[in-house]
Each structure stands twice: as structure tokens, then as C-alpha cells.
Write a protein of this length. Structure first.
Length: 230
């Protein structure tokens, strides 16, 4: 045992000298800082992992990098339905679910127009308004059948125009009256832009689509011959 202590005696003497005392202090401080840094890094890394694990499902990014919002939205349903009202539905709800909440179509609803112009599988958006026209409104010309829809459902003549389709300016889609489904069928217009068009109503000229920054110039050039404001 004494021999073991004697073997370390030179080291102990060096540690007691002032020359190495400062080095020991600095080394100790560096060691403490390193341990503290590693501890803080490990703690922050653990917190980040917990944050990712407990991230709310309704805000978790989906596979294409957008936010999968799965909360509640509000849709205004009116016109020829049994219970017109403002309805709260789940994000991702489809038109059929909203119409069912409103009690379904009323007896005076124009079922043919509805079936041609409303896609029951379409996902509704927050603050959207769904208006179901009645038979009298269709007959009086308040609502106009979308020409693009008629092309799909009505046999065409040799000129390529639907046999019962209007041949005047009524073929143009009215920005102030068109449904989101009608606007969605315009070239370059998707459901998001169609909803923006509805939100920014009324329009006195079609150029207000550019003034209000609803569409860009490229899209406007594509649709300007297909739309009107009256």
C-alpha cells in the first residue's frame, strides 16, 4: 500500500504546485461547462421529440406539406331546402352531409338543376354559402344552367351547341349569381378561387376580378369571354 502511494507522490506534488493548480481549475471549469451543455442539449432534444409526438392531429402537416385542419367549419344553406340555416360541420364534410343536415331538398326544389350542378361528393369550405334554387326561380331565369354542365348531360347538335342551351348572353356565367360549382368549371378556376369570387361579390364589371386581386391576369384572359356581371 505504501509503495502504491509512493508511486503517486510525484503526481500529488505536481498537483500541489501553483504551476499546475491553475490548469486544474481551468480543466475542471471546462469539464463542468461541457457536462452542462450536453445536459441542456439532451433536455431540449427530448422536449422537441415530445412536441412532435403530441402535436395536435388537426394541425399536423399532411403528406403534401399543407395543414390538415380537422376542426369545425360553418356553412350557410338556404333556398329550396326544408331547414335553411347556418350549420356547423366537420372539416372535410361534403355537400351531401350539409344538405342532409338541412333536412334535404324541399318539394319546390328544382331536382334536375340540383343534380346537374351540385356535386354531392364535393368537400365544402368554411363560410361557404349553398343556395338551392326552386323550380320557379329556374323557370323565371334567375338561375341559368351552366353551359359546360349542359354539354355533359344534353345531346349536342351538329354545331356542337346543346340543343336546348341558350344562344345569347345567358350562356355567360354571372359572377354575382353563379354557384361555386358553376364557377369551378371555368378554365383556371378551382374551388378555392371560386369561393374567393363569391366572397368578393358584388361586381359591377368583370375587371373587378383583377382590381380586387381575386384572379391573376393570366386566368382573367382565359375567362373574360365566359363571364358577365348581369
Amino acid at each position: 500500500m505504501n509503495a502504491f502511494i509512493k508511486s503517486f507522490s510525484p503526481l500529488l506534488k505536481r498537483l500541489k504546485s501553483k504551476k499546475y493548480f491553475l490548469e486544474i481549475i481551468l480543466l475542471t471549469i471546462a469539464t463542468v461547462i461541457t457536462i452542462a451543455a450536453l445536459f441542456l442539449y439532451a433536455k431540449n432534444n427530448q422536449s422537441s421529440e415530445e412536441e412532435i409526438t403530441t402535436y395536435p392531429a388537426r394541425l399536423r402537416p399532411n403528406s403534401i406539406g399543407t395543414t390538415a385542419r380537422q376542426g369545425k367549419i360553418f356553412v350557410d344553406v338556404s333556398g329550396a331546402v326544408k331547414k335553411p340555416n347556418l350549420y356547423q360541420v366537420d372539416f372535410g364534410a361534403r355537400i351531401k352531409e350539409v344538405i342532409d343536415k338541412a333536412g334535404g331538398l324541399s318539394n319546390d326544389a328544382d331536382v334536375i338543376f340540383f343534380n346537374r350542378n351540385f356535386n354531392l361528393a364535393r368537400i365544402v369550405t368554411d363560410q361557404e354559402k349553398i343556395y338551392i334554387p326552386s323550380i320557379s326561380e329556374i323557370n323565371s331565369g334567375i338561375f341559368i344552367q351552366n353551359q359546360l354542365t349542359l354539354d355533359y348531360t344534353t345531346p349536342t347538335t351538329s354545331t356542337g351547341i346543346a340543343s336546348n342551351a341558350p344562344t345569347d348572353n345567358n350562356q355567360l356565367i354571372n359572377l354575382n349569381l353563379a354557384t361555386i360549382e358553376e364557377l369551378d368549371q371555368l378554365p383556371g378556376i378551382g374551388q378555392v378561387t371560386a369561393n374567393k369570387i363569391i366572397i368578393n361579390r358584388p361586381y359591377t364589371t368583370i375587371e373587378e376580378l383583377l382590381i380586387k386581386k381575386v384572379v391573376n391576369k393570366g386566368v382573367f384572359e382565359k375567362i373574360k369571354g365566359l363571364i358577365s356581371t348581369n
